[in-house]
Design a protein around this ligand. Structure first.
Ligand code: ZN
Ligand code: FE
Length: 238
């Protein structure tokens, strides 16, 4: 049975440890030491590093983890020049395995031009990096609203019971913004209440199901690229 463990790194990033039958992988290690601590507590070593995009808060731990464990690094083909030491590049439609766990790769440009997400259909998990957040989406540093809308549409085709593991704990602030857009959305009000309670208890708000995001995330609910662009602009100005 595959186990996924959330590891807080830096200020508000999450790295995710994936333990399959034979292989241990980490997604987006923005920092090495918390990952090493988690591995040592489990008596495990690291086989594989997965990167969603080139930003430092997602890759800065790569080098130390490769040095310590000899882990292989898999990342987006479109960002191979911006991430040091990639052993394998992947792109839209590529498949690989983490032990007994199949992985599908989707390109989701917008936040960065080469951003990818990793879908594990058997584990019902999506590692969405800075493309999709709970009740939010990534800022458009290297892409257009149209591109990001298309990227989110790809994610929307996944099953509703897919668990979303995203790159940051931005959920509470995102929820406040979503309530400004949809003040009468009952599912959204409930999710924001739940999120506030989780944060007060010092708990993460992730993972969250795609089904719940479809009911609460105003970016997924925009309905058109044009409306998405308006909402993204309003969030950037907030
Ligand atoms: Zn980023
Ligand atoms: Fe980030």
């Amino acid at each position: 049975m595959t186990k996924i463990t959330l590891i807080p790194v830096l200020n508000d990033n999450y790295a995710y440890l994936i333990e399959t039958d034979t292989v241990t992988a980490i997604v987006d290690p923005g920092e090495a030491q918390p990952v090493i601590d988690a591995l040592e507590a489990k008596g495990k070593t690291l086989d594989l590093i997965l990167n969603t995009h080139h930003h430092g808060d997602h890759i800065a731990g790569n080098e130390a983890l490769v040095k310590k464990y000899g882990a292989r690094l898999i990342g987006p083909a479109a960002e191979v020049k911006r991430i040091d030491g990639m052993d394998k590049t992947v792109a839209e439609g590529d498949h690989f395995d983490i032990g007994n766990e199949p992985v599908d790769v989707f390109e989701t440009p917008g936040h960065t031009s080469g951003h990818i997400v990793f879908h594990l259909p058997q584990a019902k998990a999506l590692f969405s990096g800075d493309t999709l957040f709970s009740m939010g989406c990534g800022r458009l540093f290297e892409g257009t609203p149209d591109q990001m809308w298309q990227s989110l549409q790809k994610i929307m085709t996944l099953p509703d019971d897919t668990q979303i593991y995203c790159g940051h704990e931005y959920t509470k602030a995102n929820g406040t913004f979503c309530l400004n857009i949809e003040p009468d959305n009952g599912d959204l009000k409930q999710r924001v209440d739940d999120v506030i309670a989780l944060r007060e208890a010092g708990q993460p708000t992730l993972p969250v199901t795609l089904g719940k995001e479809k009911k609460t995330n105003v970016f997924l609910r925009a309905g058109s690229a044009q409306r998405f662009a308006e909402i993204r602009a309003a969030k950037d100005a907030a």
